[in-house]
Design a protein. Sequence first.
Length: 376
Amino acid sequence: MGKTAPDKWDRAERDDMYNRELGGSGVEVSEVGFGAWVVGTDWWGDRSDEQAVGMVEDALDAGVTYVDTGDVYGHGDSERIVGEAIDGRRDEVTLSTKIGYDFYDNPQAGHGELPKELNEEYLREALESSLDRLDTDYVDVLQLHNANVDEVTPEVRDLLREWKTEGRVRALGWALGPSIGWLAEGDAAVEYEEFDAVQTVFNLFEQEPGRHFIDTIRDSGSDTSVIARVPHSSGLLNEQVTPDTVLEDGDHRSHRPKEWYEAGWEKVEAIRFLENPEDAEGTAGTRTLGQASIRWLLAHDEVASVTPTFRNADDIAEWSAASDVPPITDAEYERLEELYATNFGIDRDDGMDALRTSVDGEDIAAAGLDKRAASY
C-alpha cells in the first residue's frame, strides 16, 4: 500500500497551478483537474496502458494535481492506471475516486447504466478494492457515484463520517448523472453536512443544473463546492466536434443527436468574442475558446475545479494553462448572460428535450426547469 494521509495539508511551497479549497474540508484541488474516465475506457479513443499512464504523468507535470477517477471506469482499469501513474508522486496529488456501481457481479452493456449498490457491506468492500488498485491507504476525495437521493440513507452517511474520522477519506462528494438523477440529489449534497462537493455537468451551453446548485449554495449559506465536468459541451466549446464530424459508434459523444451539433456550432460563432479579452486590447488569440470556457466556469466562486476530457498532450498543454489566461470580465459575463437568456440567438430544436433528466422528473418540474440535460 502507499503513503498514509498527512497530518496537515500544506501546499504553500508547491509550484503548481492555482488551487481552491473543496468546501470547508481543507482539501485543495487544482482549478483544472484530470478526469480519469478517459484513461479507463475506449469511449474517447483507444490507447495503450503505457500511453494512458503517460497522459496522467503529463497532466501532473503541467500542474494538474486533482485527479478524478472512479471504480467503474473500465471496471477498475482507470484506478489501476492512475495508481501506476502517481507511484512515487502520491504527495503531489489530490486523489478522488467514486464508488456505488456493482460492476463486480454485472456485465457492462455498452454505455448502459450498471446496477447500483449502496449497502454498508458492499461500500466497505468497494472502498478497499479501490484503495488496492490505487495503491494508497486513503483518498483525498470520495464521491458517491450517481446515487439516488433515497439511496443515501442515514446508515450510508454514518459510514461516510466514519471513514472521514478514520482518515481513510479526507473529503466527500456526490457525483451526479445527470440523466440518472441530479436535481434532488444535488440539493441533498448541499444540505447534508457530510458532503463537501457536488459534481455535475456544467458549461456555457448546458448551465442547468449547475446554476441551480450555485443558487442553492448561495441561498443556504453552504460552503459546498461544485466540480464541473463536461466543460466543453461534448466537443463543441473546444471545437473538436463540428456538424460534419463523424463520430464512431463507440465514441461517448455519439449519443448526441445531429441537431445538437448543428445548433451548437451556431452558438459557438456567437461567443467568438471570448477569444479576444476585453481587458487585453490588441492581443488577439490571448484565450482559446476551450480556455475561455473553463475560465467562465471558474468565474463562479463555488466552482472548485473543472475536469475537461483530455485526449492527448495538446489538450493537456492548452487547458492546463486556462488559469493563466485573462479571467472573464464583468462585461463579458453579462454579455454571456444575455446570450444564454435568448438561447444564443438560435431558434431551432436541438433534439435534446426528449432525453430523460431525473429519476422521476418531478423535482425538475417543481424547480421550474424546462430544459433537459443529456445522458452521459
